[in-house]
Ligand binder design. Structure first.
Ligand SMILES: NC(=O)C1=CN([C@@H]2O[C@H](COP(=O)(O)OP(=O)(O)OC[C@H]3O[C@@H](n4cnc5c(N)ncnc54)[C@H](OP(=O)(O)O)[C@@H]3O)[C@@H](O)[C@H]2O)C=CC1
Ligand SMILES: CC(=O)N[C@@H](CCC(=O)OP(=O)(O)O)C(=O)O
Length: 348
């Protein structure tokens, strides 16, 4: 068994990691940490874990993490892992960081997150954990930077077309909707029931911090440059993200049918255990992936406008956070990629 720690176990991403790790056949959950709940049992904070994960929460201490665990998952507010990661790496702990600190170069992090970035030398050690597109590098990694929730859905939906030069990567439009757990467990008026229920709103328009992450990795994996208009919206539901992306067809793709484009997507994802390309005309829904590490994709060519429309859905806490992090753990450790993630969607 490999001993693992969850740093920030009381947050929504952290507690989802706990859910997956307590049933993982090769990982043993050895340590859970919290800032404001240190000394209290995790099952006091989350009574649904009574008898399942009654660990006492510890304050973060890198020596303690290194004593107890070989791998640490960090699920902390942006900016904290920039200082914590080096202290763990120095002690030989492998790290999977779920925050935004290491996903983009420092100057972009400073500009969009308005926080001090980590040192560029440490950031360059981080392997971006979009598993389906970076599996070989994740396999040899000791430090993985897990993608953001919106970027996961957007990149998986768009990369087959961008990589194959089927759509113009400059000028993509990405329209995204999330459930409220995407904002974490912290109390925030914008996520108050009375503000969210029977309501629907766009937020952080033209200034969402996931915009540079989407552009940077579309360019890197797509082997070109990318400019996107990304708009996030808040839905009155707990879990789930649905992304609708619009791209102008280029080159020979301008003449292609939906079926031809669909074949390119099938080729890209046929071997992937967690990506399902839906038959033409079938549009994925958030509930169809709820509680799982799946990303479902539907697409069409819109002949009238010369555009392609792609819809992708994930569970933000699983494929968008904890599930993809466990998928990366499996790849890092050389275990079967689906280990501990063989989950059936909770429907209805
Ligand atoms: N929610 C989501 O859908 C997704 C989240 N993520 C990422 O995961 C990370 C966590 O997000 P989420 O779970 O939503 O956030 P939450 O606000 O729900 O949780 C934050 C966690 O960090 C801990 N924490 C806060 N401040 C400190 C501190 N100073 N020192 C140590 N621990 C601290 C909290 O512990 P306590 O309150 O007990 O002190 C809590 O466990 C973020 O970086 C986010 O970007 C990524 C993809 C999706
Ligand atoms: C619904 C909601 O508010 N979602 C959050 C998701 C952010 C997140 O997960 O933070 P990172 O930037 O560290 O990835 C948001 O849009 O800001």
């Amino acid at each position: 068994m490999t001993r693992v720690a969850v740093v920030g176990a009381t947050g929504y991403a952290g507690v989802e990691l706990v859910r997956l790790l307590v049933r993982h056949p090769e990982a043993e959950l050895a340590l859970v940490t919290s800032d404001s709940h240190a000394g209290i049992q995790l099952s006091r904070v989350y009574p649904h874990l009574t008898g399942i994960a009654d660990f006492e929460l510890q304050a973060f201490d890198p020596d303690r993490v290194a004593e107890e665990a070989n791998v640490a998952f960090l699920a902390l507010p942006a900016g904290l892992s920039s200082t914590m990661v080096p202290s763990l790496r120095e002690r030989g702990v492998r790290v999977i960081d779920l925050g935004g600190d290491f996903r983009i170069p420092g100057p972009l992090f400073r500009e969009w997150y308005k926080k001090d970035p980590p040192s560029e030398a440490v950031r360059e050690e981080a392997v971006y954990g979009l598993t389906e597109w970076n599996r070989e590098r994740v396999a040899g990694a000791s430090f993985v930077s897990n993608p953001g929730c919106y970027p996961t859905a957007a990149l998986l939906g768009l990369l087959p077309a961008v990589r194959n030069r089927g759509v113009e990567a400059d000028g993509l439009i990405i329209d995204a909707k999330s459930g409220v757990t995407g904002a974490g467990r912290g109390v925030n008026l914008g996520n108050h029931f009375a503000e969210v229920a029977e309501n629907f709103k766009a937020y952080k328009v033209a200034e969402h911090q996931h915009t540079p992450e989407i552009e940077y990795h579309l360019a890197a994996f797509g082997q070109g440059s990318a400019r996107v208009s990304f708009t996030a919206h808040l839905l009155p539901m707990g879990r789930g993200i649905l992304v609708t992306a619009y791209g102008t067809l280029t080159g020979e793709w301008r003449e292609w049918t939906t079926e031809r484009v669909w074949e390119v997507y099938q080729d890209a994802y046929r071997q992937e255990p967690f990506v399902r390309v839906r038959p033409a005309g079938q549009w994925p829904q958030t509930k169809e992936v709820r509680g799982t590490n799946l990303c479902d994709i539907g697409l069409t060519v819109e002949r009238r406008t010369g555009r392609m429309i792609v819809v992708s859905v994930i569970d933000n806490l699983v494929k968008g956070a904890a599930g993809q992090a466990v998928q990366n753990l499996n790849v890092m450790m050389g275990w079967p990629e689906t280990m501990g993630l063989d989950l059936v969607p909770m429907y209805p």
